[in-house]
Structure formats: structure tokens, C-alpha cells
Design a protein around this ligand. Structure first.
Ligand SMILES: [Zn+2]
Length: 343
């Protein structure tokens, strides 16, 4: 259930005209931000998610038809739940554009066997793989489990690491994705940060082998929050300490697909409700909270319901990734909102 639905008195009536609507939207944004910060044990210093002087503007431009945007979509994820958390809603939106033949390969580096405290890892592995297949069925993704150790990606022996990079390069060679989605490099979860580096290394091999350079996208950071721990590994330093929201380069309007993605996420039952304690997991609803916040950031005046959004940034590494953002072609027209300076 969304926070919006749980709070009827604090909800906004979207039929109203500005400026009252604008004020209520802003208040609701502050409320969502406060939820994200408080629930993560952080100080609520942030009032608006879009930096002053910027806004997300609908990108109606289409690239020249000569650009070949066809081809599979691939994701490199550290854990079974990462696809539903960060990308499923956007993939479903891509899949709704039937102008292209759509396919989605989810390469999952670990089986998430460390995901249930109190269970033997082998039991967790079996259950989480089943959950992942049930979720993948909803979005039509093809899962590739590589079964490296959950929680151990950043401490692999050099030989194992090389083997993993080679396997990823092989997957890239087989799949030849048009778009590759990876974890952002700045995150508190070491498996996520390491997955980014492994994917970049694999892309280099892929390019050397003459493979197609995909559009590289990093998805939003967890809960949309900049992770302080990476920047302040020792003593807190006021120069580097940051509490800010992450600012994605683009937002995708996933209003029409968010519910189905949530439905797929619910299939990861061990991550929704702790099977040992029988209690809901602490952060589950924050995926929806962030989608609402990203929705408010891309919201236009003429909407009739609260939109949902998902954030990404396009990363260009010359010679290795595509400088064109093929998401523009693959999504239905008008679904992308690009971060732009307003003054
Ligand atoms: Zn993860």
C-alpha cells in the first residue's frame, strides 16, 4: 500500500487548480522526503528533491530514424530483488511500445542466499530463486543466475573476479543488448558498487571483441538517498558529508506500470515479510514512496492522478558505451523527463 493512500488527510486533490495545488504538492513532496530520511535514520534537512534552478522537462525529441534502437534490454543486478526494486516498472513501459521486439535479460550475480537471517543459506537460495522466477514471469524477463556469493562480490579472489568478468562479457556477447542497466557506483551496499565495476570491466572486453556498444544506464540509488558512508569512511568531514537526495539525469513516467512492478516485487515474499520473525521488513514500502516522489518531480499541471516515476542516468564511456540514449526510442513517446537548468 502506498503512503499516499494511507494518509487521506494529507493527500492532495489533483483536480484543484494552482496555486493551491502547487502548495499542496510541495507539502506532499516535503512529507515524502521526510519519510525517506527519517526511516533511514537520517536528519530531515531536504525540502525539495529537485535542486534549485533545475526541473525535469518532458523530452519529446526523437532521434533520427537512422539510429538502430532495436535489440534486447539487459540488466546486471547483484541480488534477485534488484530488478523489481529499480527497473521492472521502466521495462514494462518499454515493453508497452510494441514498435520494437522487446526482450529483457536479467543477469543476477548472486542468489541472494544471505537474505534471510536465521535460515540456512541453501534454503534461502532455493526460495529466493523461486520467488525471482515468479516475479520475472510477470514482467517477462529471462533470468540468468551466476551464483556468486551474496555479500561477497567485493571480496572475491582475483581469479574468481576475472572469471566473473569473463562470464559477464560472454553474456554481453550472446545477448548484444541495445540498453544495459547497472547499479550506480555510489551505494552503501558493497555488492552493488562492485557490480558496477565488474560490468564496466566486462563492457571493455565486449568492446574489444567487436560487440555492440550499448546505451549504459545506472538506476536510482537505494531510496533515492546519497549514501554518506561511502564519503565519510573515517571521521565525519563537513566538506564531504552529504545528506542530499540523489539527482538522476532523467525520470521515466511509470504511472501505468508501477502497480504491475509492485506486484512482481511482492513475489519476493521473504524480502517483504521476515519469514522467521513474521514481521514486515522495514523498508519495503519505501520503493513506492520513492516512486511517488519521482512522480511529483515530473508532474505537470494537467495530471489527474499522482504519477509514479523511476530515475536513471545515462553514462557515456567513449568507445565502450553508446553516446545515444536509446531509451528515447524504446519508450512510448513523452515518457522521459530530462533534468534541465531553468535559469
Ligand atoms: Zn541488491
Amino acid at each position: 500500500m502506498s503512503t499516499f493512500q494511507q494518509l487521506p488527510n494529507r493527500g492532495i486533490q489533483l483536480q484543484e487548480r494552482p496555486p493551491r495545488l502547487e502548495v499542496r504538492v510541495r507539502n506532499y513532496e516535503t512529507f515524502l522526503l521526510s519519510e525517506l530520511f527519517k526511516r533511514n535514520g537520517r536528519e530531515e534537512r531536504v525540502q525539495t528533491a529537485t535542486p534549485p534552478g533545475y526541473s525535469y522537462r518532458q523530452d519529446a525529441s526523437r532521434q533520427a530514424l537512422s539510429v538502430d534502437a532495436s535489440g534486447p534490454i539487459m540488466q546486471v543486478a547483484a541480488h534477485p530483488g534488484d530488478g523489481p526494486d529499480f527497473f521492472y516498472a521502466t521495462y514494462l513501459k518499454i515493453a508497452s511500445n510494441t514498435q520494437y521486439r522487446n526482450s529483457y535479460h536479467e543477469v543476477v550475480l548472486t542468489d541472494g542466499e544471505g537474505g534471510v537471517d536465521g535460515w540456512h543459506p541453501e534454503r534461502t537460495r532455493q526460495v529466493r530463486r523461486k520467488e525471482a522466477y515468479a516475479g520475472a514471469e510477470i514482467v517477462g524477463s529471462r533470468l540468468h543466475f551466476l551464483s556468486y556469493p551474496d555479500g561477497g562480490l567485493s571480496s572475491l579472489a582475483p581469479r574468481e573476479q576475472t572469471r566473473l568478468v569473463r562470464t559477464l562479457a560472454q553474456k554481453l556477447g550472446e545477448i548484444q543488448p541495445a540498453i544495459l542497466v547497472v547499479h550506480p557506483p555510489k551505494q552503501d551496499h558493497p555488492d552493488h558498487a562492485q557490480s558496477f565495476l565488474l560490468a564496466i570491466a566486462a563492457l571493455e572486453f565486449h568492446a574489444q571483441a567487436g560487440g555492440r556498444a550499448p546505451t549504459l544506464l545506472i538506476h536510482d540509488v537505494e531510496f533515492g538517498l546519497q549514501q554518506r558512508s561511502l564519503w565519510t569512511p573515517h571521521e565525519p568531514d563537513p566538506r564531504t558529508e552529504t545528506d542530499s537526495m540523489h539527482v538522476p539525469g532523467l525520470l521515466v513516467d511509470v504511472t501505468s506500470t508501477h502497480q504491475d512492478a509492485q506486484h512482481a516485487l511482492q513475489k519476493h515474499q521473504t524480502q517483504m515479510v521476515d519469514p522467521v520473525l513474521g514481521q514486515p521488513k522495514l523498508y519495503v514500502d519505501l520503493i513506492d514512496t520513492l516512486a511517488q516522489l519521482r512522480g511529483l518531480q515530473l508532474m505537470t499541471e494537467d495530471v489527474t492522478r499522482l504519477p509514479r516515476g523511476q530515475g536513471f542516468s545515462h553514462i557515456v564511456i567513449p568507445g565502450i558505451t553508446n553516446e545515444q540514449n536509446l531509451l528515447r526510442q524504446r519508450l512510448p513517446a513523452g515518457s522521459i523527463y530530462q533534468l534541465a537548468k531553468v535559469r
